[in-house]
Design a binder for this molecule. Structure first.
Ligand code: ATP
Ligand code: MG
Length: 232
């Protein structure tokens, strides 16, 4: 990187963005899961990624969130990430909705702020008044909405959604899509950037842009409809 490129990155870092430059990563020596992969997002919205099994989409998420470091290239992300996984049972830990959300809250809140934040996160996902409800009594769709509430309560401004609707029926799928679409709108006070991996092509109609992961690289952003057509 030359000086002007570095200056540009420092400037962009303050505006909230993600930039991956020529990232390579292999889980095994001599094998490149990601190969000179680039990605750039500079405004909030709902961004979707499609690609075949094993093409490196989840690996890309780990790189963006900093869980793993690239072997080549640069990851610059000025946003605070939170994950939402395919199976909510893999991320809900405590017995009740409220106690589980407590884990996600910033540590410096007093008890009344904590309860306010928990109720607000539950309201945003349509689970109002369910703070005391035992998690094992929730349906799969409700559990997934609780996982989303956890991400919101953490004050993350980057949601990394790894096939979040894969286990859901069409009704619950739509409800998660609509909630995420709503919180990413630029008209919000604190719009969120959502990166959403999907194999369910009909979801592409909800996004602000979509890209295809292929041969270790992410293609350029197109409209969801354009990407859908390439698979039909
Ligand atoms: N922790 C790991 N250890 C070793 N290899 C891994 C690990 N995680 C992923 N891989 C390998 O990296 C490649 C890409 O996997 P990744 O999970 O990123 O793909 P994906 O695009 O998310 O696939 P899917 O659509 O099936 O979820 C695969 O060959 C996989 O076996
Ligand atoms: Mg995956």
């Amino acid at each position: 990187m030359n000086v002007s490129q570095e200056q540009l990155l420092v400037e962009k870092k303050h505006t909230g963005f993600i930039e991956l430059q020529n990232i390579s990563y292999g889980w095994k020596v001599g094998q490149k899961t990601l190969n000179q992969c680039n990605l750039s997002i500079s405004s909030p919205g709902l961004w979707m990624i499609v690609g075949s099994n094993g093409s490196g989409k989840s690996t890309l998420f780990r790189l963006i969130s900093g869980l793993i470091k690239p072997q080549e290239g640069h990851v610059i992300c000025s946003l605070k990430p939170a994950f939402m996984l395919q199976n909510p049972d893999h991320q809900l830990l405590l017995p009740s909705c409220g106690s589980d959300l407590l884990l996600s809250l910033p540590p410096d809140l007093d008890p009344s702020q904590r309860s306010e934040e928990i109720n607000s996160a539950l309201r945003q996902v349509g689970l109002q008044n369910m703070a005391d409800r035992p998690i094992h009594t929730l349906s799969g769709g409700q559990k997934q909405r609780l996982a989303l509430a956890g991400a919101l309560a953490s004050k993350a401004n980057l949601l990394l959604l790894d096939e979040p609707t894969a286990l859901l029926d069409p009704f619950s799928q739509r409800s998660i899509l609509e909630i995420v679409q709503k919180i990413t709108r630029k008209s919000n006070k604190r719009p969120i950037t959502a990166l959403w991996i999907t194999h369910r092509l009909e979801e592409l109609t909800f996004c602000d842009g979509a890209a295809i992961m292929q041969q270790g690289r992410l293609g350029q952003w197109f409209s969801g409809e354009q990407v859908m057509k390439t698979f039909m």
